[in-house]
Design a protein around this ligand. Structure first.
Ligand code: SF4
Length: 186
């Protein structure tokens, strides 16, 4: 034990250093998301995150969207605790058998118009859990998916790019206009 303690004091932490932030890419992406959010949403989009059975790697990257570097809320995109307040369901992981009903009920509780974004390779095709008897499979086997964000896990920049694609998509833009009108109704 003493030897282990001494070694850890001499060696320091064994974690890898964080990759350098790509400030230019982030700034460009942030400006585009900001423009698209203003045009489509009038500055608000509510996101409900649903872990349908992930390893939590995707959640770590999604949480990073809220840190001081990415600061998602500056674009009017924010996470909400209830599907009843959400426009978008951000679903991670392969859908496990135990989470299937909860995912379906979350979808039913989300008011129209709504989008489903499948985040990560597991959500897209089962990923490393494909074929597991504990899993139903990809998210699109359970819910209609509007957008897939690939990666294992996708980085915050890729997630931001996915949200931007959702905002900029012409067909879903119609839905966003409906969402804005719905909000503006008395
Ligand atoms: S895509 Fe990768 S990080 Fe995300 S839940 Fe699957 S294994 Fe975990």
């Amino acid at each position: 034990m003493r030897r282990l303690l001494l070694r850890s004091l001499v060696q320091g932490p064994l974690t890898e250093p964080a990759p350098p932030a790509d400030d230019a890419a982030l700034a460009e992406l942030a400006a585009r998301v900001d423009r698209a959010a203003r045009r489509r949403l009038g500055r608000t989009l509510a996101i409900r995150e649903v872990d349908a059975g992930s390893c939590n790697g995707c959640e770590l990257e999604i949480h990073a969207l809220g840190n001081v570097l990415y600061d998602l809320e500056r674009f009017g995109l924010r996470f909400v605790a209830s599907p009843r307040h959400a426009d978008v369901l951000l679903v991670t992981g392969p859908v496990t058998a135990n989470m299937r009903e909860a995912l379906e009920r979350t979808y039913q509780a989300t008011p129209d118009p709504k989008w489903v974004v499948a985040v990560g390779d597991c959500a897209r095709n089962g990923g490393v859990f494909a074929g597991s008897p504990a899993c139903v499979g990809r998210v699109s086997a359970v819910l209609p998916v509007d957008l897939h964000v690939p990666g294992c896990p996708p980085s915050p920049l890729v997630l931001l790019g996915g949200l931007l694609a959702l905002l900029e998509d012409v067909s879903t833009g119609v839905i966003m206009d409906q969402a804005r009108r719905k909000r503006e109704e008395p």
